[in-house]
Design a protein around this ligand. Sequence first.
Ligand code: PMP
Length: 418
Amino acid sequence: MSRLDEYRARTPRSAELFERASRSLPGGSTRTTVFFPPYAPYIASGEGIRIRDVDGNVYRDFLGNYTSLILGHAHPAVVAAVEEQVRLGSAFAAPTVVEIELAEEIRRRLPSVELLRFTNSGTEATMFALRAARAFTGRPLMARFERFYHGTHDIAMAGTPGIPAAIDGLMVTLPWGDPEGVERALRGREGELAAIIIEPVQGSGGIRAAEPGFLAFLRSYCDRIGALLIFDEIIAFRIGPNGAQGVFGVRPDLTTLGKIIGGGYPLAAFGGRADVMGIFDARRRGALTHGGTFNGNPVAAAAGLATLREMTPDRYARLEVLGDRLRARVGDGFRAAGPEARIEGVASLFQAFAGPSESAVATGHDAASGLFLGLLLEGFYLAPRGMGAIAVPATESDIDELADAILRVVGSLAPVVA
Ligand code: PMP
């Protein structure tokens, strides 16, 4: 039986639900990043790192809603905080104490964030950070890096269908890790540049960490030309108690956050220098408008605060040990078996490449989906592109069993032609 046949045989109720969903949702899906062919398993519940689908299959979840559930599913501290807040009311057209507490916790961890604003999604966070940079500098141009992902608003997705060409002209894409290439790409337009946005650890780009020296170059380059430096730490913030900026020792002007700061609920943020963020101060004439019916939603803020309070330095250290253990065990196995596969990552983030390609996005589709489907049948849930994140409830044996499953599945895949 092929992998696909086996998957279909194990997931008949998910297949039925997908058929039903296809009558209401385009392609049966409401989120591009959780669709894969022929259909995804419908998940009924989750606890710790285990999720159960509607057919009763149990998977160890090493994706955690795309790296956002650092404590795993339904962590008791998060459930308690959410229950308490839900009983008090779910949303008000008024500020609440919990938004201050979460803002203070973030500022304690990120000294570069002097003032911040909450949003509902990472997409809104990067959209507002970029807008703030343009408003503050009075300049129109933005720059990002190849293999970026900054969400789905127009500037972040410039160059894709549905976005006017006029917007493409406002975004330059820069080469990664290449100071001269950056200077070359922006030569003659330095005075137009509002900001450079970079993921210090790329997510969609294949869990690729920037060299600290490259980030330091960007810091001094931005200072030299009067542009702002924005760290998109929506994924990278989880690599240490003080985020990627703490690990790499470079201070951005603005930071975007999401995923773990909402503790599994929809909440994100952007913040940074007080002079830049001050443009949102509604007491000022000409302040930027940042409405949002659910900005700083108390339920999500309570979940985020409970999560960050649980995330003590020793927990980050342990996650890193587990990440290193996974990378060492898989890396050793790959070397011994000789397949052209690799595993990379930082701290609790990892990326398995089933083929020789450099880029997760460009990884031969068959190899990536073969790895994914193979792991699903082994009872492990990763991103279809082979990315994963380790959550606090994971044990050493979970890690070893995942490593062994990755080696078994990659060993059984047909060689990929790059
Ligand atoms: N930036 C980065 C680096 C991300 O990883 C993501 C989400 N994967 C976003 C922005 C967008 O966040 P959201 O999906 O919450 O809109």
